[in-house]
Design a protein around this ligand. Structure first.
Ligand SMILES: Nc1ncnc2c1ncn2[C@@H]1O[C@H](COP(=O)(O)OP(=O)(O)OP(=O)(O)O)[C@@H](O)[C@H]1O
Length: 305
């Protein structure tokens, strides 16, 4: 039996002339929390649709716990929160959850689901009279009710304000702490940074980087070393090891580096250290560099860290 919770192999999906997902490979072992990070139209929802068995791939394979998505859903092993899901009208939150719980073999107790989704106070309210944030919590509760081993969340916090977002992540982390696997898609870099063990950056239907946020920053080669220089010749700086570009501003040189340790050592050896600063890139810089379609991007395609 496969130990991978999710295994995507050469997944491809085309809509007309748009290649939404293009030979995408991704394995997620049980217990990881993974962020699928990418700009609009990168192919995140299509990928998730194929994981859930809702979108038929043109080619390739999506396996959940080694088998088809339908099986994992039927067995209650996979729970999903789609980006927008219609909720039925004229039922209360608890009626809906009770009904859905009845379709699973070993559902969570209703009170536990209500508490995990912070819906205890709304249990008796009609689903069609809830606020957008509350409705989103009902979707989260529906994903949790079968006590799945794998939770797939497509932009789970898109409709939430800052406080609701914070509380949502608390609930998700409690779930993950039970050894569960979580995959969520997001545009929010800080969410990926804070809540995922692993970030998979997708652009134009492919994985362009895959690793911890630290590794993503490193592969994007964006550490900046800056120092005070005299004169405006930057040739010697460009030739230092690990330097990819040099910019001169207000008497300071700003070097983008792939290996800042080597760069700093070379500056020291040249006796040129003056007001030296080393700043790691933030994840946003890395994300922009990875998805900007710059000349650097193809070299990073499929980068596995
Ligand atoms: N049902 C569809 N019919 C036609 N084109 C589609 C369909 N679904 C997605 N696409 C196209 O496929 C590409 C990938 O879309 P997808 O929704 O998977 O990206 P995404 O990364 O989830 O984007 P977003 O963050 O905006 O939700 C886009 O160009 C989109 O317009």
């Amino acid at each position: 039996m496969s130990s991978e919770a999710v295994s995507l192999t050469e997944l491809t999906k085309t809509y007309g002339t748009v290649r939404a997902v293009h030979g995408l490979n991704l394995d997620i072992p049980s217990g990881q929390t993974v962020a699928l990070l990418g700009p609009n139209g990168a192919g995140k929802s299509t990928t998730i649709g194929m994981m859930l068995g809702l979108v038929e791939p043109d080619s390739g394979r999506a396996a959940i716990f080694g088998g088809p998505a339908e099986q994992a859903l039927r067995d209650g092993r996979m729970g999903a929160m789609p980006q927008e899901g219609g909720l039925p009208s004229r039922v209360t939150v608890q009626e809906l959850l009770r009904f859905v719980a009845g379709t699973y073999r070993a559902p969570l107790p209703l009170e536990d689901v209500l508490a995990a989704a912070r819906l205890t106070g709304e249990a008796g309210r009609r689903v069609d009279r809830l606020s957008g944030g509350q409705a989103q919590r009902v979707r989260f509760a529906l994903a949790l009710v079968g006590d799945p081993d794998l939770l797939i969340l497509d932009e789970p916090t898109a409709a939430l304000d800052v406080e609701a977002r914070r509380r949502f992540w608390e609930g998700m982390r409690r779930f993950a702490a039970r050894g569960k696997t979580v995959l969520f898609s997001t545009h929010y870099l800080e969410e990926a940074d804070e809540h995922a063990d692993r970030i998979v950056v997708v652009d134009r239907g492919r994985v362009v980087a895959d690793g911890t946020s630290r590794e993503i920053k490193r592969v994007a080669a964006l550490t900046t070393v800056s120092l005070t220089v005299s004169g405006d010749s930057t040739t010697w700086l460009r030739e230092l090891p690990g330097v990819t570009s040099v910019e001169l501003r207000g008497g300071r040189a700003h070097l983008r580096c792939t290996d800042s340790d080597a760069t700093v050592a070379a500056i020291a050896a040249a006796g040129a250290i003056r007001d030296l600063e080393v700043a790691p890139a933030d994840l946003e810089d890395a994300f922009v560099a990875l998805t900007a379609g710059s000349a650097a991007t193809p070299a990073l395609e499929g980068t596995s860290l």
